[in-house]
Write a protein that binds this ligand. Structure first.
Ligand SMILES: CC(C)(COP(=O)(O)OP(=O)(O)OC[C@H]1O[C@@H](n2cnc3c(N)ncnc32)[C@H](O)[C@@H]1O)[C@@H](O)C(=O)NCCC(=O)NCCS
Ligand SMILES: Nc1ncnc2c1ncn2[C@@H]1O[C@H](COP(=O)(O)OP(=O)(O)OP(=O)(O)O)[C@@H](O)[C@H]1O
Length: 201
């Protein structure tokens, strides 16, 4: 089994690249934000932890997290964001590790917005999806209806490109077409010794 980590800034194309790994190589996909989201469901340890940090005011009437209100509260407040991350990230990584332990897949790709030294315990190689800022902004404005301001706001809260490059073993330049990215994936898998060639579609 080989486990790869896939990271990059908002709108870089992580989810699209992840799909290519699944389509071409049958990789199992794990998305950290979905794992984190489940941990924030009622009865789950993430939500219990958030309530003990911030009180029941973060809940809606039905007991679920008020995601919009909570996002506004933490993304404008670095101190609060730090506390949330310190709680949610370890829980998320533990759950990802559990899923990997229980998997029998040959190839697993874990997508997460940020990797750190801990990710090394989980992934053999880290891949950084590198896409020019202006192209990310255009794609997010066109496809997700984000404003330029919102894109810049999220981008400035995320790690620098230099930090990603420092961590990554391989870079996928996704500023061009998905077909170009697909070729780069192929080359990377060859370098890791994994590539058996794409499955017939
Ligand atoms: C705060 C939470 C509940 C909000 O979740 P939600 O489902 O609404 O979606 P999402 O994460 O896309 O955020 C919603 C909105 O917040 C804004 N936003 C998101 N990320 C950022 C950021 N890094 N900086 C500024 N604004 C941001 C955007 O306007 C976005 O549309 C969620 O982001 C969360 O639990 N975050 C902390 C845990 C974490 O980091 N998880 C990631 C995987 S480990
Ligand atoms: N090579 C490409 N060519 C054209 N459009 C692309 C390409 N790669 C990604 N996109 C589009 O750009 C947008 C952002 O891509 P995607 O959702 O995969 O990014 P992401 O890095 O997963 O974002 P987030 O950080 O928000 O999870 C999507 O609308 C996607 O369809």
């Amino acid at each position: 089994m080989m486990v790869l980590g896939l990271t990059g800034g908002v709108g870089a194309g992580k989810s699209r690249i992840l799909e290519l790994f699944s389509k071409d190589y049958g990789a199992q996909m794990i998305q950290a934000d979905l794992v984190a989201r489940k941990l924030e469901d009622p009865g789950q340890p993430g939500l219990a932890g958030l309530v003990s940090l911030f009180g029941t005011g973060i809940l809606q009437k039905d007991g679920t997290l008020d995601r919009k209100g909570f996002a506004e509260r933490i993304f404008g407040n670095p101190e609060a964001l730090k506390r949330v991350n310190a709680l949610i990230h370890p829980l998320t990584w533990n759950e990802i590790k559990r899923q990997i332990r229980e998997s029998s897949a040959d190839l697993i790709v874990v997508e997460a917005a940020l990797f750190d030294e801990r990710s090394r315990e989980v992934c053999q190689y880290l891949l950084y999806v590198d896409t020019q800022d202006e192209i990310r902004i255009q794609r997010l404005m066109e496809n997700r209806g984000y404003s330029r301001g919102k894109c810049l706001d999220i981008m400035k809260n995320q790690a620098d490109r230099s930090r990603f490059l420092e961590l990554a073993d391989f870079v996928i330049d996704n500023s061009g077409s998905l077909e170009e990215s697909r070729q780069q994936i192929r080359q990377i898998l060859k370098k890791t010794g994994y590539d058996n060639g794409p499955e017939e579609v």
